[in-house]
Design a protein around this ligand. Structure first.
Ligand SMILES: Nc1ncnc2c1ncn2[C@@H]1O[C@H](COP(=O)(O)OP(=O)(O)OP(=O)(O)O)[C@@H](O)[C@H]1O
Ligand SMILES: [Mg+2]
Length: 477
């Protein structure tokens, strides 16, 4: 989660591709270059060693220059690539976010931004081409000089009679055969260093630690049994960054089978507590512990734990597949009946059957064909099919109206059975039915008790209660 998704994808695609190209193409040319150079030099030395020495002396110069040239050009190519990426990000953002752009009247601004980047990108290519022109020119000149030197010296030797005209011609052809591989060698060297960088970037991912369960993790059966028990947070402290605490001194007990409500302003740490509960983030050992049915969740296998905790995340994510596939993601063999049953409880069946393709409707790119409320309810249906003993609704009904909210909760309470339910919501009417409510403020528990107890306390809960309920009375009045 520390790495941007785009960066990870780039490491998996362009870096892997660069290494592949190096191995597939450059390795072959390395073999060819070595053979060509070796043979040419062998024949040249067997004809005239003095002339060959002169020819060979130029090799390091040409290789060095060529390596330097390709390294330099490579950097510019990378810069072009990078800026092409920026350009396409701007285009992509504006296409996907076209409604936001228009709603805020930012068309002109965004157009200018694109144009600016486009001009910059074009400029980069033009200067790269100029650079190429200069470098190729100089490269040709240097290798030309070497040929000239051989030509002059060879002619002198011929005139003196130490070299025959035939040998001289043959020598010249071998020299020509030598030059090109030598220039290629410089290129290979610079490609090799780039491939090296790519290998490093790939290894960073390959070597990153895999999510690991403890060696002495409790068995699956025991976990399944434990997860039907009470959830207990003991002195839990946690922050995403080491020095920035997000939740502090959390002590709470959620009895098995009860409904537990959490109320708190945005950013107070509600979702964070849920991330800890199913170990999307690990709680460091000295930061307290979370037990379920008496077993520390750190001692369970992550897979067993998560299978037993149904979560509707705050920002439900649906895959670009059909609705029925999205709902039955926990079990591919689920029957249509089961899928529909879950959808009915989540009050989304009606909406889905109204679609032309019903349950076979493919959810569009990032779920754009579904409304926010439909997405949330589909996610609830998906969670219900897992029949987990612990169910978490993280603000899962925020995008549906109060009436639908009530309908879903009624249907839920009939079907949840003896599951432990954690309800996070900003809506008092949603929380009112909970057995216990905790009020969280800036990562600390400020109130906890039954809804009636909290009403009497005259604290935050009471304030929000009065505010929301008087509002709804105003509406009905
Ligand atoms: N992955 C993360 N990395 C770093 N900081 C995070 C991360 N997720 C949340 N935070 C920070 O932790 C704090 C608590 O966030 P959290 O999502 O738990 O709040 P919340 O109570 O669920 O709020 P909301 O009601 O808006 O959903 C926020 O200040 C947020 O910026
Ligand atoms: Mg949240």
């Amino acid at each position: 989660m520390k790495n941007k998704t785009g960066d990870i994808i780039q490491r998996c695609t362009s870096d892997a591709e660069r290494v592949r190209i190096f191995i597939a193409e450059q390795m072959v040319s390395v073999v060819r270059i070595v053979i060509m150079m070796g043979l040419s030099l062998y024949f040249m030395f067997s004809m005239d060693w003095r002339l060959s020495l002169v020819a060979a002396c130029a090799i390091p110069v040409i290789v060095g220059y060529s390596a330097f040239f390709h390294a330099k050009i490579g950097g510019s190519f990378e810069k072009c690539d990078e800026n092409e990426g920026i350009l396409s990000t701007i285009a992509q953002e504006n296409l996907t976010g076209v409604r936001v752009v228009r709603a805020f009247g930012r068309e002109e601004f965004e157009r200018k931004r694109f144009e600016k980047q486009n001009v910059y990108y074009t400029g980069l290519w033009i200067s790269l081409m100029k650079l190429m022109a200069v470098f190729w020119g100089i490269g040709d000149f240097i290798s030309g000089l070497q040929v000239l030197l051989i030509l002059v010296l060879g002619s002198v030797f011929c005139v003196r009679g130490t070299l025959s005209a035939g040998e001289f011609i043959a020598f010249l052809s071998y020299n020509m055969m030598l030059i090109w591989p030598v220039r290629q060698l410089g290129r290979v060297i610079s490609e090799m260093s780039k491939a090296g960088v790519s290998i490093e970037r790939i290894m960073y991912i390959m070597n990153s630690p895999v999510e690991k369960d403890r060696d002495n993790a409790v068995s699956r059966e025991e976990t399944d049994k434990a997860l039907k028990g009470d959830i207990i947070f003991e002195n839990v402290n946690f922050g995403y960054e080491p020095d920035i605490p997000i939740v502090s001194d959390i002590n709470l007990t959620i009895p098995a089978g009860s409904t537990f409500g959490i109320l708190g302003s945005t950013g107070s740490g509600k979702s964070t507590l849920m991330h800890l509960l199913n170990r999307l983030y690990e709680l460091p050992e000295e930061n307290g512990k979370i037990t379920i049915g008496g077993v520390d969740i750190a001692d369970m296998k992550a897979e067993d734990l998560r299978r037993n905790i149904g979560m509707v995340l705050q920002e439900p994510f649906l895959f670009s597949r059909t609705i029925s596939e999205n709902i039955s993601i926990t079990n591919r063999n689920m029957s249509m009946e089961e899928i529909r049953k879950a959808a009915k409880i989540a009050c989304v069946d009606e909406a889905i059957t109204e679609f032309k393709n019903g349950y076979d409707t493919v959810v569009g790119e990032r779920g754009v064909t579904l409304s926010g409320g439909q997405k949330q309810r589909t996610a609830i249906a998906r969670m219900l099919t897992s029949r987990a003993p612990i169910m978490v609704f993280d603000d899962s009904l925020s995008a549906v109206d109060a009436e639908t909210d009530a309908r879903i909760r009624r249907a839920l309470s009939e079907s949840l059975g003896d599951s432990t339910v954690i309800l996070i919501s900003h809506r008092i009417t949603t929380l009112m039915q909970a057995d216990q409510i905790m009020v969280l403020d800036k990562g600390r528990i400020v109130e906890m008790g039954t809804p009636d107890e909290l009403l009497e306390k005259n604290g935050i809960y009471r304030k929000i209660y009065d505010m929301q309920l008087s509002l709804s009375e105003d509406e009905t009045a």
